[in-house]
Design a protein around this ligand. Structure first.
Ligand code: ZN
Length: 602
């Protein structure tokens, strides 16, 4: 437990942008007389993989009142300073060159850090207040860079370097910091200021982005808080890094870090929403919804976070899946997209799940539990053995919402509000059976069968049947080509035959599906196709072969496995009906139309 109210004082300095080095000091005024221990988290909240950030610590030294203090490593993430008279300062040099939302980055163009990867935690001080001085970079950059973070200022000017504070260590590491010459736009949502800071080269219409995000944020706020009410934070920040390639987001209590492709930012002068921009809106919507669902409504296993080891919960399907369901739903509810466009997105999600044989092997609850060793560590067998608690989780959330709405007593909106009121608002963790119990309570009946089949079991929820009750028709067809993601009706003739494998543009097999034609012929993920039916392998050769040959035809396929050439006789299969699209019924009965409208409206 905490021994004293002394704040822990941190200082971070971008000492050498060209060498990508931050220097981070942590000062404890009254160190443990037996020797002060310091630990670094091994994982970051929101990303369920042991990442061992300490591997980027290049050097660590310590100083006490009388000069240098010996500091030893006890474990990969733990240091022990020799007994000394305080104040004790530990200084680490940290290599920061990871373009991700999880760790730290520094070069002459920008600096970024996410607290868990840079801030040591002195043992016994987890709830002590923290001070943080953020130093400017050296030389010329000093005049150009600003700071974007939602850490409360303790003297620093708005967007300035200087002194910030946090209530405790957990708060300190929940406000990532961007430092660069970012572009900045603002909007208001229900009386709370929202900033968007965009780093990276781009020529985007940021006012458009602000206007669209304002509508989405209002929709989420009002779902949880009611019309006109304020969200549970005083300000919010979207930190966006635009790159040529890249995608990712990480949620925080009052901010989010996003990485997107620059063509996902809205282009100037466009009035429509392209697929690329829609991706970014969906990502931003997702992370904002997390401001409630997982940052405040948390699994009991995360209250508090144990950042030294894996924290097991079977509820990630709810915290990620329900969030994934609402991210796109909020786009239609807020009027940013039309219902037809929403159904296109939903059709794509259903397609992703239909093409994932792993859903027959693993439940979303099991996938949640094993995220640490499976979902976050994909390999060639992942499509056959692992289900995504994000995408299938979003369909389970949809199914639960449809089920509740058909029965007329409640909706998933009511469940989320009730979870917020009962658990989130009070900082109480949601027990492992808390989602089921809350949904059952609001539905006024036992929901064991639903949870046993679709959450803890591997059944597909009957979305075709349940969507029909909302005036939506569910269709499946064969994929037309390798880039067909579903969501739309066919626009040409599909191939007649299939390999039952995913082939990359370089003709390498990315995945070989369980029990399919390629697997039966002995092909494996990683094999390099060199000849198809006695012709040189290529995207076009493959397309023509699958168009001209039929199911049951045996074709020779030559492929290298490592450096050995093998011949396989593949008996081609019928194309799977694994591509879904949804359509609005033109003239549904009044009751059905009313139900659909209520679902798609705020
Ligand atoms: Zn998420």
């Amino acid at each position: 437990m905490d021994r004293s109210p002394h704040p822990v004082r941190y200082r971070i300095t971008p000492v050498d942008p060209h060498a990508h080095l931050f220097e981070v000091a942590c000062t404890v005024d009254d160190p443990d007389p037996q020797g002060q221990r310091f630990t670094l988290p091994t994982w970051v909240p929101g990303s369920y993989l042991i990442r061992e950030f300490a591997r980027h610590f290049v050097s660590v030294r310590a100083n006490g009142r009388e000069g240098a203090v010996a500091i030893d490593k006890l474990a990969k993430d733990t240091w022990l300073a020799a007994p000394c008279t305080g104040p004790l300062t530990v200084v680490a040099q940290i290599y920061a060159y990871d373009v991700s939302v999880r760790t730290a980055y520094l070069d002459q163009h920008r600096g970024y850090f996410n607290g868990p990867s840079v801030f040591l935690s002195p043992e016994g001080r987890r709830s002590a207040p923290c001070e943080l001085v953020i130093d400017p970079p050296p030389d010329a950059l000093r005049a150009q860079w600003r700071v974007a973070t939602t850490l409360p200022s303790d003297g620093a000017r708005a967007y300035g370097f200087g002194r910030y504070r946090a209530d405790n260590y957990d708060a300190l590491i929940d406000h990532p910091v961007e430092m660069s010459s970012f572009a900045l736009v603002h909007f208001d949502a229900n009386g709370v200021p929202h900033d968007i800071a965009v780093t990276g080269r781009h020529d985007a219409d940021l006012d458009r982005l602000a206007a669209d995000l304002a509508r989405v944020c209002r929709c989420h706020i009002e779902l949880f808080e009611g019309p006109g009410s304020r969200p549970p934070f005083d300000r919010y920040l979207f930190q966006i890094t635009a790159l040529g390639e890249g995608y990712g987001g990480l949620e925080h209590a009052s901010s989010t870090s996003l990485i997107c492709r620059r063509d996902e930012l809205p282009p100037r002068g466009a009035s429509t929403i392209g697929d690329e921009y829609l991706n970014l809106l969906g990502l931003a919507s997702h992370e904002y919804f997390h401001g409630w669902n997982v940052k405040r409504i948390k699994p009991a296993a995360f209250t508090p976070y144990d950042l030294t080891r894996e924290s097991y919960t079977r509820l990630l399907w709810a915290f990620e899946g329900i969030t994934s369901y609402y991210d796109d739903l909020a786009l239609v509810r807020s009027g940013v997209i039309e219902p037809e466009r929403y159904l296109e997105l939903l059709g794509r999600s259903i397609t992703t799940v239909l093409r994932n044989p792993g859903r027959h092997r693993q439940s979303v609850a099991a996938s949640s539990f094993d995220a640490w060793i499976k979902f976050y560590r994909p390999d060639e067998n992942t499509p056959n053995a692992v289900v995504s608690y994000y995408v299938k989780g979003s369909l389970v959330a949809l199914a639960l919402d449809l089920l509740l709405r058909r029965e007329g007593k409640a909706s998933l909106d009511d469940v989320m509000r009730a979870l917020w009121q009962r658990y989130g608002r009070h900082g109480t963790g949601v027990p492992e059976d808390g989602i089921e119990r809350m949904a059952a309570e609001l539905a006024g009946r036992d929901l064991h069968d639903f949870f046993a089949r679709y959450v803890h079991g591997t059944d597909d929820p009957p979305l075709d049947e349940w969507l029909a009750d909302f005036g939506i028709d569910y269709h499946v067809r064969a994929a037309q080509n390798a880039t067909d993601r579903g969501g739309k009706a066919a626009s040409g003739t599909p191939p007649r035959a299939a390999l039952d494998a995913k082939v990359g543009a370089d003709m390498k097999l990315l995945a070989v599906y369980s029990g399919g034609a390629a697997e039966r012929a002995g092909l494996a993920a990683g094999d390099q196709l060199v000849a198809l039916d006695a012709l040189r392998a290529g995207v076009e050769t493959l397309r023509v072969m699958l168009e001209r040959r039929g199911p049951g035809d045996a074709v020779p396929i030559h492929a290298f496995r490592r450096d050995e050439l093998n011949e396989h006789i593949v008996e081609l299969a019928s194309p799977a009906l694994d591509t879904c699209y949804l359509t609005l019924q033109a003239h549904p009965a009044d009751e059905i139309l009313a139900r659909r409208t209520r679902w798609m409206s705020p």
